[in-house]
Each structure stands twice: as C-alpha cells, then as structure tokens.
Design a protein around this ligand. Sequence first.
Ligand code: CU
Ligand code: CU
Ligand code: CU
Length: 391
Amino acid sequence: RVRFKNALPATNETNILGFRKNVTNLHTHGWHVSPSGNADNIFLHFEPGEEFLFEYDTSKQEAGTLNWYHPHVHGLVAEQLWGGLAGALVVEDSYDVLSDYETHVLVLKDISLSGSEPASHSRSDFMRGKEGDIVMVNGQVNPVLPMRPGQVQRWRIVNTSTARYYKLSLENHSMYLVGTDANLLDKPYPLTEILVTPGERIDVLVRADQPSGRYKLTSLPYSRGGNNVQTVTLLTVSYEGNSVVEAVPSIINPDAERPAIDTANLQQRSLVLQMRMGRGLINGHDFEVDPYVIDSEVDTYEIWRIVNRSMMDHPFHQHTNPALILRINGGDPDYASLYTSIPGWKDTINVPRMGSVEMLVPVRDFTGRTVYHCHIVEHEDIGMMGIWEFM
Ligand code: CU
Ligand code: CU
Ligand code: CU
C-alpha cells in the first residue's frame, strides 16, 4: 500500500504544450502488477491537494529486480521527471548468492538549473529530448564510492533521466552483468561498456582487482541523434581500507532462460515510430488525437516488431509485461548482441534510428488497459504513446 498525496502547489498555469501544470499520478515502472483500479493505473489523475491509497499485489513480481516510480500524466511527464519526481523500487532477491556483497543503488539523473529552479522546456526540447549540464548519481555530482582492494560490489543502476543516454564504463575494470530490467541472469556476463537508455536498469558486479588508486565511472560518447556527444564522469571509485578476497560467483539465477517458443503461429504486430511536424507518432497515430490501440489476449505470446523511421534513437517501453529481445537491427553492436543472447527480460529497449527491434511479448496474469511509449518522455508528451488492452 502506498499513501499518495499530490503536494504540488495549485496553479492554473499551463505548460508550453497546453497542459495544466501540477496534475500528477504514480507509475511503478517495471512492476508486473495490475494496471487497473487502484494499482499501477496511469489513467488516474490527481489535482494538487488530492490524496489516494494505491494498493499493489506484488506476488507475481520477479524477485531480485530494480524498478522505479515516476509520474505518468500525458503532457506533463517530462517536466515533472526532469524536476526530480522519481525514485528507485528495490525488489529483494529470492536467492542468497548476491546477498553478501556490498550493494549500492545508483540513480542516474541530469538537470539544468535556471537560478534554483529546473530549467524550463522549450518546443525544441520536446523534439530533441532535454539533457542537463549537471549529471548526478543519487543527487550528487561525481561522488566518491570507496571500495576495499579485492572487494566485489553490486551496483543496481537505473537511468531516470528524461532523455540522456549513459554508455557506462569503469576505468580499467570489467563490469559483470547479473541482472536486467526484469530478472536476474543465469550467470555474470563480463562487459567493458554498456549502454543504459532512459528507463533501463542494469545490475552489475564490480571487482576491485586493480592497483590501489582512483578510477572513474564515466558515460562515454554515444550519438542518439539530437544530443551533445561527450564523456561525462559520473562517480569516482577510491580503493580504501584493508584488502579482502572476494570473487564473482559463477551462477546467479538457475531459473533464467531464453524459452524455446515456436513463433510461427503467434500474433505478429508492427509498431512504427516517427517524428513529424513537432509530434511523435506510433503507426501514424498521435496519442492525443487518436491513440493506436493493441488488444491482446491474456495467456498468449506475441511478436512485436518496433520500427524506428526517424533520425534519432527511441527507448521503447511497454508497461506490465516484460519481453525477450529477439533481434536488434542498427545501433550499438555490443548492445544488440548482448540483449539478443542473454536470458534477460526487458521492459525498455533502445530502438536505433532507422533500425528495429523484434521481441517476444508474453501477455500474463492481468486484464485491463495500459500503455507503451517512447521513454524519452518528452516524446511521450508529444504523442509517441499508444494503448495496450489485455482481455
Ligand atoms: Cu518509466
Ligand atoms: Cu523517442
Ligand atoms: Cu509509461
């Protein structure tokens, strides 16, 4: 149960898109819970001063995952998230293989300030996706994270930025991927770099196996189209204290697998993402005018092909049911080969510009209606969102 209150100040002001400010709500991004009633129902809207009791039955939610919450009122999401309305939701592990490692939840977020206020969104910010010049981990700029020599730490990382992509790299160190958006993996996968787009989460182990010193966690240049391509330091690891002997385990989650499903007779869908005349479209439909609607039958699998016909990448997010990534055409080759080979389920996946993603979507457990959209949330606010009904 979550007792919710919209404590934003009452106002009659509208934003540049014409939506009355400070109406808000709550979305539990990644939770496999009901999208209806008083659960993860993003169609509920709350005026300033209103209170509500949310109730979530999390019994079907996968253990060991990092999810997050943020507002989801169409037309207002980008500015409210940009201003900082978001936080992490940690689901505890059901295995104890990772329980002894020192664990940090790292919330990535950027912002620009105008005085002491979040800088405002322009029309072109809604087209490009707004990025800030201040990049933070847990609200701090380049914090120091101490590690003992030889120590293994678990970092559970979420990108809560509205539009900024992070291509993470820890100087001179490997990162061992043990979890994705929706589950823990069968075993650790060693990586030197990994792209984390808005809404995505990664769970990694890091081992302090280098000479004593300081090492930067950076975001490397990545061109998503429309962004400034640069290297940014996120935090600094500092080797401190007595050395310990810790190892990366060889098995994490024995239940993780890529299911062998005959895809020939499954419902196939195609979703085409486009930007046109200052609006974001899915299959030619603008959410505000005439949203594209998918009707899915509960207890079936579907194949979705997300096609990007624009000159910028779009991180595609579907609520309620995470998917298995089958194919990625275009974009970062390491990202594509990783997510099309590991048994990791995803609720957010980058769709490269002029590229595509094919995924296996299980429709499970809940009836009702929810949404899918681009998680550059500025694009969601200008229409790149559709309705998904479970029946
Ligand atoms: Cu989200
Ligand atoms: Cu987008
Ligand atoms: Cu959403």
